[in-house]
Every structure is written in C-alpha cells, then in structure tokens.
Design a protein around this ligand. Structure first.
Ligand code: ATP
Length: 269
C-alpha cells in the first residue's frame, strides 16, 4: 500500500507574504519558523521549542494557509492529516495512522505536522459514542502519547486547527501538548483589502474596480469568502465574453456570495 495515501506530505512554497492581515498570529508563529529554520542555534541557547500550537478561528480565516506558511518560511516538510478522516475508521486504524505520521515526521525533522479539524477527534472525552472506547478516543490518545514522547532533539512542531475550541478535551491543552493558542479573527476592512489584492493578483481588473469599496462592502466575509468572490467575478466576466473583470461583475458576485450560499457560513459545521 502506498504511504502517500496515509497522510499528505509536501514542501510548502507559501510564505507569510501570502497571508494577509493576521498580524498577531504571524508574529507568534514567526518564532516557530525561526526555530525550525535553525534549531541548533536555539538549542545552544537552551531554548526549548513549543511542541503544540492550537490555531483557533472561524472557517476560512486561513488556519491551513498559515500552517503552510510556517513550513514555507522555515523550509521544512509539512505533514498534514485531518481529524475528520478518522471518524469512519475501524478501531485501531486511526491510532496506527497517527503513529505512522509522527514516525515519518521525526525521520525528516525539523518538520511540521498539521492536524486539521482536531475537534473531530479531540472532543471532550466521555461525551462521544461507544462509551468512551471509540475510534476517536484512541486516535486522540495516540496523538497525546506521541506529543508526550518527543525527545528534545526531535524538532517537530504540531499545529492543530479548530473552529470549535469550546468542545476540546482539556487534556489536549496540558503543558507540553497544545499549550499555545493562536487566534485568527475574521478580517477587518484593511485585512479584507489586502486579501482582495492577493487574490486578484492574477486577475485582469478593469479600471473601474474599486477594491477599497469592495472591502468596505464585505463585512463578515472570511478570507475564503473573499477568494470565492474574486473567482466568481472572474467566472461571470468569462461567461459574458469580457476580457477584464469590471466592478459590476464584482458587485454581482458579492451579492451571490452573500445570498447564494457560495459563502461558507461562519461558525457552523
Ligand atoms: P477551515 O476552517 O474551513 O478549514 P481555514 O481557516 O483552514 O478554513 P484556509 O483553508 O486556510 O482556511 O483558507 C481557505 C482559503 O482562503 C485559503 O487557501 C486562501 O486562499 C484564502 N484565505 C483565507 N484567509 C486568508 C488570508 N488571511 N490571506 C489570504 N488568503 C486567505
């Protein structure tokens, strides 16, 4: 069986420049990318790296993007797995997958492991199905065991993302586990403008497109919503045979994203 199927691994080319806004989150995570880039230097100073960081924020606010950017900045391999993949599995499979994932990351350390949707395995125990002996719980226990078992020279940082920090098992947040939290908020007007600029880099915009105005008209949009909006506008322009995207297309797409359910609803699953 191919190992590639068990989790995904890659070298991220995304850097902090691809992430608009989120200045505080970037500042916090810069520490991690600096360490991963040159662990020997930090170790000589007696500095220990945080092992686990929880990225918390509504859907589409850039948690995955930011995790990839940390790996890209540090130029280390990025291993990722999603908590939701474990839900349908037979007992024991999730735990062995986690073991595999950590083993591989340690072999290639320094490295980053990204666990998306950690809440799907990391819900407070005892509230799940199967009287607490289900697959989820074993998977969670294996993640915790792996994190507890890191040797000082194994420079692997685990980033985990959730939009439901309220349901997480407290055991996840103990010292040495996910004892650092980074919060990602929905973008404010300035951040929305930068996100719009990033995602329209490759899009030929007509003279009349006023991104400042779009940024003002998109309160409550996530980064993913804004990316969606630009793409919808480009599709709309394409269908009408235009070779540029004009303001009318962008405004129509905004309405579509708001009304048409193209937009992910914040804070729902
Ligand atoms: P989910 O909780 O739904 O998994 P997420 O927080 O992990 O979402 P991402 O998958 O990182 O969100 O974001 C989706 C896409 O939205 C990104 O690939 C990126 O293109 C865009 N995006 C989101 N936030 C930003 C941002 N701050 N700057 C630039 N692009 C962004």
């Amino acid at each position: 069986k191919s190992r590639a199927k068990r989790f995904s691994k890659g070298q991220s080319k995304i850097t902090f420049d691809d992430v608009a806004g989120l200045e505080n989150a970037k500042r916090d995570l810069e520490e991690i990318s600096d360490y991963l880039r040159d662990p020997g230097h930090f170790r000589k100073l007696g500095a220990k790296i945080p092992r686990g960081i929880l990225l918390m924020g509504p859907p589409g606010t850039g948690k995955t993007l930011l995790a990839r950017a940390v790996a890209g900045e540090a130029e280390v391999p990025f291993f990722s797995i999603s908590g939701s993949e474990f839900i349908e599995m037979f007992v024991g499979v999730g735990a062995s997958r986690v073991r595999d994932l950590f083993e591989n990351a340690k072999k290639e350390a320094p490295a980053i492991i990204f666990v998306d949707e950690i809440d799907s395995v990391g819900r407070a125990r005892g509230t799940g199905l199967g009287g607490g002996h289900d697959e989820r719980e074993q998977t969670l226990n294996q993640i915790l065991n792996e994190m507890d078992g890191f040797e000082p020279h194994e420079t692997v940082v685990v980033l985990a993302a959730t939009n439901r920090p309220d349901v997480l098992d407290a055991a996840l947040m103990r010292p040495g586990r996910f004892d650092r939290k980074v919060t990602l908020d929905l973008p404010d007007r300035r951040a929305r403008l930068s996100i719009l600029k990033i995602h329209s880099r490759e899009v030929p915009l007509a003279q009349d497109v006023d991104l400042e105005r779009i940024a003002a008209l998109t309160v409550g949009f996530s980064g993913a919503d804004l990316e969606n909006l630009i793409n919808e506008a480009a599709l709309l322009a394409g269908r009408s045979g235009a070779d540029q995207v004009d303001m009318d297309c962008v405004l129509k797409s905004r309405d579509k994203v708001v009304l048409g359910g193209v937009r992910e609803m914040a804070l729902t699953e």
